[in-house]
Design a protein around this ligand. Structure first.
Ligand code: ADP
Length: 759
């Protein structure tokens, strides 16, 4: 064949080929994405290059033009690759290439003389520009091949890897084809054109369709086929050689030779079939993975999952069974439940997939929609590259990619999606074969009942837990009710005791007064003493009645307060004042910290005095002689976004309070211990009171928008763990509006008006 002549026209033929490809791509893709656009640019450069090869044969001016066109096409291919593979900043490739080509062409005009003498028949001239042009072509192509190969090696998901492998193979064919065109041998140049064209076609396919044929699987199939053919041919050739050799050696008559050949050939035929089957089985097993006995697999799978009721165990079994069967790296069972605003998908951890993560897919999510309508396994690769999933919600896409799965197999329960079996890539790194996909779908269908049972079982467990919780809550409420009931009956005892004691005293002393008066034995001193007893008893009665009235007011209408600027230091001083004789008498120590540093607050002065009087009074009452009562006050909190408040802690070294009573002591008429005991004094150690002090204190603090609580390890008269009553009061109570103070401008104006002389 006259390659010289053919080579002359070949570039034109391939230019036509590239043009047809370009036009068909333009016609097919009206909406072009970025990678298609760059690829079309590459095709255009290829056309110009081919036409230039035809129109400007070797050595003609302008020098090395075809080489620079090749450099430009390499630049565009590099940019396409950058977009296709997803490298950062594809423009970098473009700018670098453009600069290199422009500089090379510039050098070609500035320094057209050769700096390098190249051999005879070499297509290009060894100018500076030519060298730079070649370097551009070489670097771009090796860069794109190396990086694509590196990404292929690093990608774990087989279909993603296949996509890169496909690109790498055809980019290599393109580049290798270009390399061959540098040759001086005509048929090698022709082969180069052809190889490049095949490469470009393969790249076009990669650009335009998301699902590419499985390169590795095809390769394996070709190798397997070749192996089977070769291995099957071996015995036939042995038989043939043996027959020929035998006839040659034994020098038998022709009839016997025929007979012997017949016997040997028939024997060969008999043995051939089983041998071929054996070879096939071995090759398939080691090259293409084993074949399944579907019914057997399904039976053992169903048996395994029917034994499990717990959802997490079920997940283990499902993923374990399928993982063993298909040799997967990991997997997860995902539960799908319809919720108000979509579908909640929850990955159940199993084996080496630990993430117990969940997400709500939108009601119209493309992912769920596809699984629901197609009822076929869905590849993560499709989610990433199929244009159908282009508009998938970003958060959903991210969640799916975090799961690191290769495959999602839907489990349908009648009409709705109940779950997913998600599988990671296979250990071999190969993609799932169609028969494997079919098998997992069959297994997923077998899972429906087991999954339903497991869900019912877990719901039942949840209900049980809830009932158990409710029961314990009921028990707690019951105990509280019992105590409250006891408080009620205690109230009668306490109230009658508390009221009767001073009343009896008043009555008794009044009787004595009357009797002594009648007997005329009443001296002035006696009268004074008896009257003072009566006064003390009646003021106790009065105090008690006031406390009871306060308590009942709290119940009916809450506490009514009158706010004014109040200094807490003064409040505490006034609360302590009536208690000072008792403190002195019982040898108690009283310490105060931080009260002087506090700014004034808006509060009901009288009520606060009452509350702190009750609290400090209790601290005195429940601390043995010579104990310590401390009052700490500070401004809190330091956090900027919270409202300012004051915290006061009244701590004692007394008998402490059992934690079970920490809330109850603030109830009306509640007091720890025997209700039969009546008041033994307001300040005596453990002197019982009517059980109203803390209740009123709590009412006052809460009416200020504050809080009160107690901390104590427990009650112990030996160890004396003590109690700490915490009080928190805000600077200004909620809802409080400041009225004009005497310093305000309005008040001053009013004052001036009033003091003006009316005349
Ligand atoms: P009372 O009038 O009986 O003191 P309170 O309402 O003031 O009633 O207190 C209720 C109960 O809380 C008291 O009976 C007492 O048992 C317990 N209590 C109050 N303060 C203290 C304290 N500082 N230390 C130990 N127990 C206390």
């Amino acid at each position: 064949m006259n390659f010289q002549l053919l080579n002359w026209y070949l570039p034109l033929i391939f230019a036509a080929g590239y043009t047809i490809l370009l036009l068909s791509l333009l016609a097919r893709f009206s909406q072009r994405n970025q990678q298609t656009r760059w690829y079309l640019g590459f095709l255009a450069a290829s056309i110009v290059w081919s036409v230039a090869l035809f129109a400007l044969p070797q050595g003609q001016s302008p020098p090395n033009l075809t080489l620079h066109l090749l450099g430009a096409s390499a630049t565009l291919l590099g940019t396409t690759t950058a977009v296709y593979v997803g490298w950062l900043n594809e423009r970098r490739w473009l700018y670098l290439g453009v600069v290199a080509v422009v500089v090379a062409v510039g050098l070609e005009t500035v320094a057209p003389n050769s700096v390098l003498v190249l051999g005879d028949g070499v297509r290009y001239r060894g100018t500076l520009g030519g060298l730079l042009g070649f370097a551009t072509w070489f670097c771009f192509n090796s860069g794109l091949l190396l990086w694509t190969w590196r990404d292929y090696q690093e990608t774990r998901l087989p279909w993603h890897a296949n996509r890169l492998l496909h690109w790498a193979v055809f980019a290599f064919a393109t580049v290798a084809g270009e390399l061959l065109t540098f040759s001086t041998v005509s048929w090698i140049v022709a082969a180069g054109y052809l190889l490049r064209f095949v490469g470009v076609l393969g790249l076009a396919r990669a650009i335009t369709s998301h699902r590419l044929f499985d390169v590795r699987a095809h390769l394996r199939k070709i190798v397997a086929f070749t192996l089977i053919v070769v291995a099957s041919a071996v015995p036939a050739s042995i038989v043939l050689t043996l027959t020929l050799w035998l006839t040659d050696q034994l020098d038998l008559p022709l009839s016997q030779v025929y007979l012997a050949s017949l016997v040997v050939i028939s024997g060969g035929f008999l043995l051939y079939q089983p041998f071929r089957r054996f070879v096939e089985r071995v090759v398939y097993r080691y090259l293409l993975g084993q074949e399944f006995q579907t019914s057997q697999v399904v039976r053992s799978y169903s048996q395994a999952i029917s034994r499990t009721l717990e959802i997490e165990q079920l997940a283990q079994v499902i993923i374990g069974e399928i993982g063993d069967l298909l040799q997967t790296t990991h997997g997860a069972l995902m539960l799908v439940s319809e919720v108000r605003d979509g579908y909640q998908v929850e990955a159940i951890p199993s084996g080496n997939h630990h993430g117990h993560s969940q997400i709500v897919f939108a009601g119209d999510s493309l992912f769920i929609e596809a699984l629901n309508s197609e009822r076929r396994p869905l590849l993560q690769y499709d989610v990433d590259f199929n244009p159908f999933y282009q508009d998938l919600d970003e958060s959903e896409r991210e969640w799916l990619s975090i799961q690191n799965m290769e495959l999602f197999v839907p489990i349908h329960n009648g009409s709705e999606l109940a779950g997913l079996i998600a599988l990671g890539p296979k250990l071999s790194g190969l993609a799932y074969r169609p028969n494997e996909l079919e098998l997992v779908q069959v297994l997923a269908e077998q899972t429906v009942i087991a999954l339903q049972n497991a869900r019912l079982y877990s719901e039942l467990n949840e209900q049980n837990d809830r009932i158990r919780f409710l029961n314990s809550d009921l028990r707690r409420q019951n105990e509280r009710l019992e105590i409250l009931d006891r408080i009620k009956s205690d109230f009668i005892t306490i109230a009658s005791h508390e009221l009767r004691t001073p009343l009896t005293q008043v009555k008794g002393y009044a009787d004595i007064l009357t009797a002594m008066n009648e007997e005329a034995t009443l001296s002035q001193k006696d009268t004074r003493e008896i009257v003072s007893h009566i006064t003390r008893a009646s003021s106790r009665l009065e105090g008690l009645l006031t406390a009871m009235l306060d308590a009942s007011q709290l119940e009916v209408s809450g506490m009514e307060l009158t706010f004014m600027r109040t200094r807490l230091e003064v409040v505490i001083q006034l609360a302590i004042e009536p208690l000072s004789p008792a403190i002195r008498q019982r040898g108690l120590n009283l310490e105060m910290h931080g009260l002087g540093d506090l700014p004034p607050i808006q509060a009901d002065f009288k009520r606060l005095v009452q509350a702190f009087h009750n609290l400090i009074g209790n601290a005195i009452k429940y601390t043995p002689d010579y104990g310590l009562v401390s009052i700490f006050a500070n401004r809190a909190p330091s956090a900027e976004d919270e409202e300012d408040y004051i915290e006061v802690v009244i701590a004692d070294t007394g008998i402490g309070i059992d934690p079970q009573y920490h809330e109850l002591i603030f109830e009306k008429f509640f007091r720890i211990g025997n209700p039969e005991l009546h008041s033994t004094g307001a300040t005596k150690f453990k002197g019982a009171g009517p059980g109203l002090g803390l209740h009123i204190a709590k009412g006052v603090i809460e009416a200020h928008g504050g809080r009160i609580w107690v901390e104590s390890e427990g009650e112990d008269e030996e160890r004396l763990p003590g109690s700490r009553f915490h009080v928190i009061v805000p600077f200004t109570p909620p809802g409080y509006e400041e009225g004009p103070s005497l310093d305000s401008p309005q008040a001053k104006r009013l004052f001036n008006l009033l003091s003006e002389d009316p005349a």
